[in-house]
Design a binder for this molecule. Structure first.
Ligand SMILES: Cc1cc2nc3c(=O)[nH]c(=O)nc-3n(C[C@H](O)[C@H](O)[C@H](O)COP(=O)(O)OP(=O)(O)OC[C@H]3O[C@@H](n4cnc5c(N)ncnc54)[C@H](O)[C@@H]3O)c2cc1C
Length: 404
């Protein structure tokens, strides 16, 4: 029951950290409430996840390149527009000298790929289904109590990572507060087909009925994320498939021809939640437990993966030097390194939501200027592309294609 690292939560974030740590020889205890297989886990559903170019590099560094190539669809262009207003911003992989600006992958498939890779690691011990219920720390170790169908076990390690989602129990047990904002919006997620091919273009269209993302996915289909005010979303969910498609067509327009073959719609209420501290004695929060974002820019997991690649690098270095994996020096270094990127992405995402939902005339009037500036000013456009590709700021080794 003695480990180097205990991870609570085997969603996309916890599983990615477990894999990175195990590949460095760390003994990992992975505690997950939901029984396997991957398909049953909440975070491993049919949502389409946009992986940035940098995230694809990180996953490739974890040995998953072939899986990503097989399961993910490359995004060669991003087309951003506002309905009824002048101005479009187009990002193109050729202008950035890369094969793809990012990739779209089904969350269930990605979860399955991560769990499959974890199954090849003999130094990962699963406690599943089991729930972390208590935490205790002393000078040298952190101790976690886990409850598996009423049987309690105590696990000890140098470091505990809370990857247990936006409602994190670890965060609560550590007494870390959370700053939350309810956007009063709901994301409707579905899949459909269009009569015109997507040609590997991801569309983000801002409309008076919320932001619509249409992502290129496998078999020529499109992954839809329609972020609407909660009331409007409730009404849209009650529509028949044909009525829903008519509404979508009305708001998105005819750029992709006619829509059809709608797969079941799922709804996600949208909140921003940011932990008021990322670390505590021998503990760190990652993924949605640290920051759960509005999905408007497709940034949540991408940001989490850069955190994970950084933490894994610091742990790998500490292990090589034989130093303490849960020391406050290591955790402070992690927080300092990640702060700027986290603040930038949280601010960017939150601002985007507020600017595009604002009915205020001055804001609405300057919005087209933003599109125009991004189109006419190549350095600005390049900087937007770099951010979207997850290549801005100080990058960990995995995101620079270097081994851990
Ligand atoms: C509609 C939508 C679209 C999105 N699109 C994108 C996108 O395009 N790109 C992107 O980068 N991000 C996107 N995201 C964000 C992305 O889905 C999340 O950032 C990602 O899934 C990471 O989640 P997580 O692993 O941190 O948390 P979760 O998925 O919530 O996983 C937490 C895990 O912890 C387990 N757990 C909870 N409590 C305990 C406990 N006490 N003990 C043990 N285990 C516990 C849970 O069972 C769960 O498996 C999107 C999100 C939404 C809602």
């Amino acid at each position: 029951m003695n480990y180097d690292l205990i991870i609570a939560g085997a969603g996309l974030a916890g599983s990615s950290l477990a894999l990175a740590a195990a590949q460095q020889g760390l003994r990992v205890a992975l505690v997950e409430t939901t029984a396997r297989p991957a398909a049953q886990q909440t975070g491993y559903d049919e949502r389409s996840i946009t992986l940035s170019y940098g995230s694809a590099r990180i996953l490739a560094g974890l040995g998953l390149e072939a899986h990503i190539a097989r399961n993910a669809v490359p995004i060669q262009r991003i087309h951003i527009s506002e309905r009824g207003r002048f101005g479009v911003t187009r990002l193109d992989s050729r202008e950035e000298h890369v094969d793809a600006l990012g990739y779209v992958i089904n969350a269930r498939l990605l979860g399955g790929v991560l769990q499959g890779a974890l199954d090849t690691q003999s130094n990962v011990t699963w406690f599943c289904p089991a729930r972390l219920t208590a935490i205790q720390t002393d000078a040298d170790q952190v101790h976690a109590t886990i409850d598996s169908h009423g049987t309690l076990q105590r696990l000890s390690a140098q470091l505990l990572a809370g990857a247990d989602g936006a409602g994190s129990t670890v965060r609560k047990l550590l007494g870390i507060g959370v700053t939350q904002h309810d956007y009063r919006q709901t994301a409707i997620v579905a899949q459909l087909t269009s009569t015109r091919p997507h040609q590997h273009t991801a569309y983000e269209r801002f409309t008076q009925s919320g932001a619509i993302a249409l992502l290129p996915i496998a078999a020529g289909r499109l992954g839809l994320v329609w972020m609407q005010p909660a009331d409007a979303a409730r009404a849209a969910l009650a529509l028949s498939d044909a009525e829903f498609i008519t509404q979508l067509q009305h708001h998105f327009g005819a750029r992709l021809g006619s829509f059809r073959d709608l797969a079941p719609r799922r709804a996600y209420p949208l909140h921003l939640s940011c932990a008021q501290a990322q670390t505590h004695t021998r503990s760190v929060l990652i993924g949605n437990a640290a920051h759960a974002l509005h999905p408007i820019g497709g940034q949540g997991f991408n940001l989490g993966l850069r955190d994970i690649a950084t933490l894994a690098q610091l742990l790998a270095d500490a292990r090589r030097m034989g130093s303490d994996l849960g020391s406050s020096a290591l955790l402070d270094q992690y927080v300092r390194w990640r702060q700027a990127d986290q603040q930038r992405v949280v601010r960017f995402t939150d601002t985007l939501v507020r600017v595009f939902e604002s009915p205020s005339l001055p804001i609405a009037a300057v919005r087209p200027l933003g599109f125009l500036a991004a189109t006419l000013c190549p350095p600005l456009k390049h900087s937007i592309a770099k951010s979207a590709m997850g290549l801005a700021g100080r990058l960990p080794r995995l995101a620079r294609r270097l081994p851990l």
